[in-house]
Design a binder for this molecule. Structure first.
Ligand code: ADP
Ligand code: MG
Length: 341
């Protein structure tokens, strides 16, 4: 242990908390990493016929997490949200870089952070290949890289008129957890335990993304809320959509809440990191098969339609197929930024 009178230098810190964990993974990697941590750059072998997907996500203390946030969960989440972006395009992880600003060298904090980070890195075979470490207000910035066969990336712009709209897993639990933490809703302890990991440790749907190559026309991961994020697909694909509000997939825990809470959290709650995608009707049986193979519910929630004017881009229907009146839709979505034009 380093005592306070003998503080860790920057290089010792990188070695102890980051390079050691990365080395433990490198032994049997077939990811095309020619050189990892230790030089001025990492080196990758380009793979013939593959494109490289690159994504960055930053977590800033006070903005994305509270000052007392659990460092292990933070390590997990910081990498998981980046892997979720790779998943949304159908990429397979290659590796990631970590740029981190630390207000002080707290070895207990760093140990826990690295434990969480490498748990996810190992789970998804995604080694740490470089980064930067500096003093400053706590900020964690990860850049993840992945491979996709050329032309197979699932873009937001690919949805076609008449596609089914699908969602993986269930939505709204991360928002319900937040509501409980903020005392907006009183949740029995056992209910809270059922769902809290959905907010702290989202599951990047890497295998789903890979299986959706050539199946889905468009996809994205849900970070800000299902209906708001879906609008990115609609906008970029120049289509409109009808969504059955009652068909949004909800956990048993969320289903114990009032109907309006259920609908609002499922429709607009952020931080679920599920995948929303569109696919032609003739892919329904393939998609049901994928759902079985992955043991992951995939639910049809609506369909895309011919482009109509912007205000009606997204129409919400009740279970009888009747259009929800505008006031109700506005009420449902009023907490939601992306709708505030
Ligand atoms: P440079 O000054 O050339 O940018 P650094 O001294 O910052 O290099 O980093 C030395 C090596 O350690 C580099 O290979 C860099 O990628 C790696 N590194 C620095 N910080 C981290 C980190 N937080 N996680 C992983 N690798 C890191
Ligand atoms: Mg250098």
């Amino acid at each position: 242990m380093h005592s306070e009178s003998n503080p860790l230098g920057e290089f010792d810190l990188i070695q102890r908390f980051f390079k050691a964990g990365a080395d433990a993974m490198h032994s049997n990697n077939d990811k095309g990493i020619a050189l990892g941590i230790g030089d001025d750059c990492a080196l990758l072998w380009p793979v013939a016929g593959e494109e490289i997907a690159i994504t960055s996500d930053m977590l800033v203390e006070g903005r994305h997490f509270l000052p007392n946030a659990n460092p292990e969960l933070l390590g997990r989440k910081a990498l998981a949200v980046n892997l979720s972006d790779l998943a949304a395009m159908g990429a397979r992880p290659i590796g990631f870089t970590l740029a981190i600003a630390l207000p002080k060298i707290d070895t207990v904090w760093l140990d826990a952070f690295a434990r969480g980070l490498f748990a996810v890195a190992n789970q998804y075979s995604c080694p740490l290949i470089g980064g930067d470490t500096t003093a400053g207000p706590l900020t964690i910035s990860i850049t993840a890289l992945g491979n996709i066969p050329s032309g197979k990336a699932i873009r937001r712009s690919g949805a076609q008129v008449g596609d089914d709209i699908w969602v993986s897993g269930c939505v709204g639990d991360a928002r319900l957890t937040l509501a409980a933490l903020r005392y907006e809703i009183k949740l029995p302890e056992e209910d809270f335990k059922q769902i809290e990991s959905r907010m702290h440790t989202p599951t990047p749907r890497i295998e789903l993304g890979i299986k959706l190559r050539g199946v889905a026309n468009a996809a994205l991961d849900i970070s800000d809320g299902l209906l708001g994020d879906l609008q990115h697909i609609l906008k970029q694909s120049q289509v409109s959509a009808e969504v059955f509000l009652e068909q949004l997939p909800k956990s048993a825990t969320l289903q114990k809440q009032s109907e309006s809470i259920q609908n609002q959290f499922a429709a607009t709650g952020g931080d679920d990191y599920e995948i929303c995608f569109t696919a032609p009707l003739d892919k329904r049986s393939v998609i049901d098969q994928i759902s079985k193979e992955l043991n992951l519910p995939l639910t049809r929630i609506g369909s895309t339609t011919e482009k109509v004017d912007e205000a009606k881009r997204l129409r919400l229907l009740n279970k009888n197929g009747d259009l929800l009146d505008n006031a109700k839709t506005v009420e449902l979505l009023k907490s939601f930024d992306h709708f505030a034009k």
